[in-house]
Design a protein around this ligand. Structure first.
Ligand SMILES: Cc1cc2nc3c(=O)[nH]c(=O)nc-3n(C[C@H](O)[C@H](O)[C@H](O)COP(=O)(O)OP(=O)(O)OC[C@H]3O[C@@H](n4cnc5c(N)ncnc54)[C@H](O)[C@@H]3O)c2cc1C
Length: 491
């Protein structure tokens, strides 16, 4: 008889793990509390408009390619993706506009228009980002980082050379003279939901991933990634049980042996993978006797990443100034992050990300119309917030803001507005306090505090997804599935 594996959650990390396990001969069942695969990666279709409700940028495609090849398949048979040109268009309130390309020289030409001295600095910074990547990736990303021997790829002299003791902001301020380029490079810290004023400058590696390796858009929309993973898993024999929440993990002695579902069934398993948020798994799904007080307290203290305030607008109008990815920067970036992480309120003067996928995929909106996806970094949930009230007032505010930033006539053109708040990310997907990238990296030890892909206190329980090592975002979540399977093999 085949060994049986159970996976809790059909987010990207869960489905990736399920496919890997099935390819290895396990009989795999995935329990998902919602009706679809993808977790925070979902899509919405309404009145002829189509939106991705979560991720919009695809990076490090080689990890998804590796997943498919590790399952005996080829990603290109499932998914097509293209590099966007420009990668992103940036707008500042003083009228400066910067089209950022993966072709370095083209970006430097753009920078010469508004800050000539920063053009060379741009190139040097990206070389430095690549250097940090080369020094850290094997030790911190492509590795479970579970035991001391996992650090064998990190040389001590390298550790001193990865800017772990300065903040992103300090290093960026040092390298660039214009406020525009400073703000531009600080923005990448938000890709893992952290503040550039608190996170270690090692995170300056992130621009390397997008600007040197490339940023991609998946033909037909990002949700095709979730769909392709689901097809892969099903082809390998994985069974999905949707609308079925796991209520608790069954533990005997120190060993996880199965799950109990919302339908009252008990499922025994030889291997248990949890793609549910690690904090929820540890504090709510495991029996309290299986988690030491120390572990419980340390888990409670880990700061989540920021969340997101999402607005989707079907608008009967097109704006020539927009391309696919657009960023409208705030005036005071430090104040914005103080609002998010210290005051835990929506930023008074936000940086607004706007994806307009109908620019690339014209059938995502009726002719002459736009599918505007708007994302503003938001605080994770705290007691003083009333998200119903914030959804009403802040969406009206964002429409006014966008009108003042060049989207004239937006409120009249809007056929509908859909809003997603941090509370939704908590209620629908169980993300710790509504965070969207797992844990924050707002201190230099964050990489070491993030939950690992196996729990030391409970045997046979493996953790995958953005709330575990190596962190949030599509590629790292896929990597978490490799890590979890590797730790299972080691045990
Ligand atoms: C607005 C937004 C924008 C983003 N932008 C980007 C981007 O541009 N690029 C990028 O790379 N990443 C981006 N991300 C991050 C990326 O979406 C996530 O890191 C990734 O999708 C998380 O995958 P995961 O495996 O952690 O699973 P999750 O998406 O967290 O899914 C976990 C699944 O487990 C299920 N579950 C939880 N508990 C239980 C239970 N007890 N029983 C059964 N099922 C359970 C949930 O319902 C859910 O389906 C964005 C995220 C958001 C929300």
């Amino acid at each position: 008889m085949k060994n049986r594996a159970v996976v809790i959650g059909a987010g990207l990390g869960g489905v990736a793990s399920a496919a890997l396990l099935a390819f290895r001969g396990y009989d795999v069942t995935v329990f998902e509390s919602n009706a679809t695969v993808g977790g925070k990666m979902q899509e919405l279709e309404r009145d002829g408009y189509r939106f991705d409700t979560g991720p919009s940028l695809f990076t490090m495609p080689f990890l998804l390619e590796k997943l498919f090849s590790n399952c005996g398949e080829s990603l290109s048979d499932y998914l097509q993706f293209d590099e966007l040109k420009p990668l992103c268009r940036y707008f500042w309130k003083d009228g400066i506009r910067f089209d950022n390309y993966a072709e370095r020289e083209k970006s430097m030409e753009e920078i010469r228009r508004f800050s000539p001295s920063d053009a060379d600095a741009y190139s040097k910074f990206l070389d430095r980002a690549e250097e940090i990547y080369n020094k850290t990736a094997d030790a911190f990303l492509f590795n479970p980082l579970y035991q001391l021997s996992d650090l064998k790829n990190l040389r001590f002299q390298d550790f001193l050379g990865i800017d772990a003791f300065s903040t992103v902001s300090d290093v960026v301020d040092d390298r660039f003279s214009s406020p525009h380029m400073r703000q531009f490079f600080k923005r990448f810290t938000t890709y893992n939901g952290s503040s550039p004023y608190l996170a270690p400058a090692t995170l300056n590696v992130i621009p390397h991933v997008e600007l040197n390796q490339g940023g991609y858009y998946v033909r037909g929309g990002m949700y095709r990634i979730a769909e392709s993973l689901s097809k892969l898993a099903e082809k390998k024999g994985v069974q999905f049980r949707f609308n079925t929440r796991v209520e608790s993990i069954l533990v005997e002695g120190h060993k996880a042996v199965g799950v109990k579902t919302s339908k009252g069934e008990e499922f025994r398993s030889d291997a248990l993978f949890a793609n549910s948020d690690a904090t929820e798994t540890i504090l709510k799904l495991l029996p309290s006797a299986s988690v030491s007080t120390r572990k419980r307290e340390s888990q409670e203290q880990i700061e989540p990443s920021c969340s997101g305030f999402v607005m989707m607008i079907g608008a009967e109008k097109r704006w020539d100034n927009l391309c696919h990815h657009n960023i409208f920067f705030s005036d005071d970036y430090e104040r914005e992050f103080d609002d998010i992480f210290k005051r835990k309120v929506m930023p008074e003067d936000p940086t607004i990300y706007l994806a307009n996928t109908s620019y690339t995929d014209p059938d995502h909106a009726p002719e002459g119309s736009s599918n505007l996806y708007i994302l503003v970094n938001a605080p994770y949930m705290a007691d003083h917030q009333d998200w119903d009230e914030i959804a009403r007032s802040y969406s009206a505010f964002l429409i006014r803001e966008l009108e003042s930033r060049g989207l004239d006539g937006l409120s009249e053109a809007a056929e509908f507005v859909e809003v997603i708040t941090p509370e939704h990310f908590y209620q629908k997907y169980g993300s710790n306090r509504g965070s969207i990238y797992g844990t924050s990296s707002n201190n230099r030890f964050a990489a070491f505090l993030r939950p690992r892909n196996a729990l030391r206190e409970v045997d046979n329980l493996y953790l995958t997804g953005g709330s575990t090592h190596p962190g949030g975002g599509i590629p790292l979540v896929i990597q978490s599935a490799f890590n979890a399977v590797e730790l299972m093999d080691r045990s």
